[in-house]
Design a protein around this ligand. Structure first.
Ligand code: XMP
Length: 514
C-alpha cells in the first residue's frame, strides 16, 4: 500500500522530529529529511517509493535567517505545487525566500498570547485567542506579497501568515506548551494538504517487517540485545522478518546492573524462540576503559568495543547485518543533524567506529520515540516487564561512575543501584518514575562510622519523570523513601559515607551523569 506522506525538512531545530511525530499522531505518514534535500531529490523519492508527497514542513533551527552559514533550502521546493508550512526559522525563511521582510526584534521566549486576525484553514475550529509557545530572536515584519497576516502577538505583528497553500507560523505548534498545536498541525495535513488519515503506530510492525525482509533478503544478521525495551522490540521485529536467520547477541560488558544478565537470559529463553548467545566480555571492556576519565571518550571506547565483539560473533555465524535498537532521541542527542549540536555520544550511534565490517546496520526504530516503541512492543505482545522496563544506557554503569571505571567501583554501584530499585518497587511508585538509579559521583567526603572518622564515597540518587527523555524533571519522592535508600546504602556499603539526591531537571542537566 502506498502511503501519502508529509516531508519535514530539518533546519537543525531540536524539534524537527517532534513535528514528524505530531504529523503521525494526526494519522499521516511523515519523514524527516535534511534541509539540503533538493526539489528534484524529493520528486525522485516519490517515484522510487511510490508514496505521494502531499505537503512539506520547514522546521525551526538555531540560526537567524541572515546569519552567516545559516541553513538554506532549494527555493524550488516552494514551486513543487504542494502546500508548505514553515515553523519558527522555517516561517522566517519562507518570508525571506518570497520577498517578505525579517528583522531583528525584541524576541519572545516562552508562552505568548496569539490573536487570530483572519480566518484560515490552519486555525479552523479554534478560538480567536490562543496560547502558543515562542522561541525566537528575529521576526517577520512584513509577509511576502500576496500573503495575508493571519495572527499576531503583542510582540510579534506577523506571528502567522499564509496564502491558502503556503503558511508560516512564528511559534511552535509541535510542543505541548502550544495548547492547540496538535489541532493546527492536523488542520494543515488534513485540511490544507488533504491527506488521508491512514497511518498509525498499529501498522508500524507490519511495515517494518516488510522493509527488513526487503533489505536483508536471505542473509543472516545478528542483533545487539541489551534487554531494554528498544533492543527487545527490534529483536522481535527482526525475528518476525528473518526467523532463525537472526541471532541475538547479549554482551555482558561488566557494566550491567545486578542480576541483569540472568534476567535477560531467562526472559528471552522463556518468551521467544530465538538464537540467543550470551558473551562474557567483562575483562576486555574493563581493560579498554582502564584509566579513562573523559566521558565522551569512555562512550566512544565502549561503542567501539561493542562493535568489535559483535563482529567476532558475526564472523562465527556468517552474519552480514547488524541490528540495533537505536531510537530517535539517541540520534538527535548524538548530533545526527548537520545543523544541530552534539549533546552526548550515544554508544549505539555516535560511538560506532568508522571501519565496521558489517554490510549494513539496520535500525528499525530509528524514527520512533520511547513511548511509541512501547506501543509497538505492546502490539507485539511483549511481556510487560520488558515493555515497561526503565531505560538503561548502552554503556551501562560506566556512565554512572564519574571518573575511571574499575571492577570494585562497578560492584559498589551495582549494590547501591539494587537498593534504589528494590526500595522504589516496595513503595510501588515505579510507574510514576521514568528512571531511578544510583551514581558513583567520584567525590570523597568526610563521615563518621562507628566512632571513627572515615573519608568515603558519595553516592547520588537520580530519579526523573519524563515522557520521551528529551526533557525530564527530577522526581519528588516521599522523604521516607529517600531516607530508607540512604540508610540502607550507608549501612550495607561500608565505603559510602554520604548519599545525596539530584534535584536538577533536564535541561540543564542530562539524565545520566556522563
Ligand atoms: P541523557 O543522559 O542524554 O539520556 O539525558 C537520555 C536517555 O538516553 C539514555 N542513554 C542512552 N541510551 N545508549 C543508549 O542506548 C547510550 O549511550 C545512552 N546514553 C544515555 C538515558 O538512560 C536516558 O534514558
Amino acid at each position: 500500500m502506498a502511503f501519502e506522506k508529509i516531508i519535514v525538512l530539518d533546519f537543525g531545530g531540536q524539534y524537527a522530529h517532534l513535528i514528524a511525530r505530531r504529523i503521525r499522531e494526526a494519522g499521516v505518514k511523515s519523514e524527516v529529511f535534511p534541509c539540503s534535500a533538493t526539489a528534484q531529490e524529493l520528486k525522485a523519492l516519490e517515484c522510487d517509493l511510490g508514496s505521494k508527497i502531499k505537503g512539506i514542513v520547514f522546521s525551526g533551527g538555531p540560526s537567524g535567517v541572515y546569519e552567516e552559514n545559516a541553513p538554506e533550502c532549494d527555493p524550488q521546493i516552494l514551486d513543487l505545487g504542494v502546500p508548505v508550512l514553515g515553523l519558527c526559522f522555517g516561517h522566517q525563511l519562507i518570508a525571506k525566500l518570497l520577498g517578505g521582510r525579517v528583522e531583528k526584534g525584541a524576541g519572545e521566549y516562552g508562552v505568548a498570547q496569539l490573536e487570530i486576525r483572519k480566518e484560515s484553514p490552519v486555525f479552523e475550529g479554534l478560538d480567536a485567542r490562543q496560547s502558543v509557545w515562542m522561541s525566537h530572536g528575529d521576526s517577520v515584519v512584513e509577509p511576502p506579497q500576496g500573503f495575508d497576516v493571519l495572527a499576531g502577538t503583542p510582540e510579534c505583528g506577523v506571528a502567522a501568515f499564509g496564502n491558502g497553500s503556503i503558511f508560516g507560523l512564528q511559534f511552535h505548534p509541535e510542543v505541548t506548551h502550544t495548547e492547540n498545536g496538535q489541532k493546527m498541525i492536523s488542520n494543515f495535513v488534513l485540511e490544507v494538504c488533504r491527506c488521508e488519515k491512514n497511518w498509525g503506530i498499529e501498522d508500524f510492525a507490519e511495515k517494518s517487517v516488510l522493509e527488513i525482509k526487503k533489505q536483508v533478503g536471505s542473509s543472516k544478521a545478528i542483533i545487539a540485545l541489551s534487554g531494554g525495551v528498544d533492543s527487545s522490540v527490534a529483536t522481535v521485529l527482526g525475528s518476525l522478518a528473518m526467523g532463525k536467520n537472526l541471532t541475538a547477541v547479549y554482551v555482558d560488558n561488566g557494566f550491567m546492573r545486578k542480576g541483569e544478565t540472568d534476567f535477560v537470559k531467562k526472559t528471552f529463553e522463556q518468551h521467544f524462540e530465538l538464537n540467543l548467545i550470551v558473551v562474557d566480555a567483562k575483562e576486555r571492556f574493563f581493560e579498554a576503559v582502564r584509566g579513562v576519565t573523559d566521558p565522551e571518550q569512555k562512550r566512544k571506547i565502549i561503542g567501539c568495543e561493542f562493535i568489535r565483539v559483535f563482529e567476532e560473533e558475526a564472523r562465527k555465524i556468517n552474519a552480514d547485518y547488524l541490528f540495533q535498537g537505536t531510537i530517535y532521541p539517541d540520534r538527535i542527542e548524538s548530533g545526527s543533524s548537520k545543523h544541530s549540536s552534539t549533546i552526548k555520544t550515544h554508544h549505539n550511534v555516535g560511538g560506532l567506529p568508522e571501519d565496521i565490517e558489517f554490510k549494513g546496520i539496520i535500525e528499525p526504530l530509528t524514527d520512533l520515540y520511547k513511548d511509541e516503541v512501547r506501543k509497538v512492543g505492546e502490539n507485539l505482545d511483549l511481556p510487560k516487564q520488558i515493555v515497561w522496563r526503565q531505560p538503561f544506557p548502552g554503556p551501562g554503569l560506566a556512565v554512572r561512575i564519574v571518573g575511571d571505571v574499575t571492577p570494585q567501583k562497578v560492584k559498589l554501584l551495582q549494590e547501591a543501584d539494587a537498593i534504589v530499585r528494590e526500595t522504589v518497587l516496595r513503595y510501588g511508585v515505579e510507574d510514576k518514575i521514568w528512571q531511578y538509579f544510583a551514581v558513583l559521583t567520584g567525590t570523597k567526603s568526610t563521615g563518621v562510622k562507628g566512632d571513627s572518622r572515615m573519608y568515603g564515597d558519595t553516592v547520588a540518587i537520580r530519579m526523573v519523570e519524563s515522557s520521551d527523555a528529551m526533557t525530564a524533571g527530577f522526581f519528588k519522592p516521599d522523604w521516607a523513601l529517600l531516607e530508607e535508600i540512604s540508610t540502607r546504602i550507608t549501612n550495607t556499603l561500608p565505603e559510602v559515607t554520604r548519599v545525596v539526591y539530584d534535584i536538577t531537571h533536564k535541561p540543564p542537566a542530562t539524565i545520566e551523569w556522563e
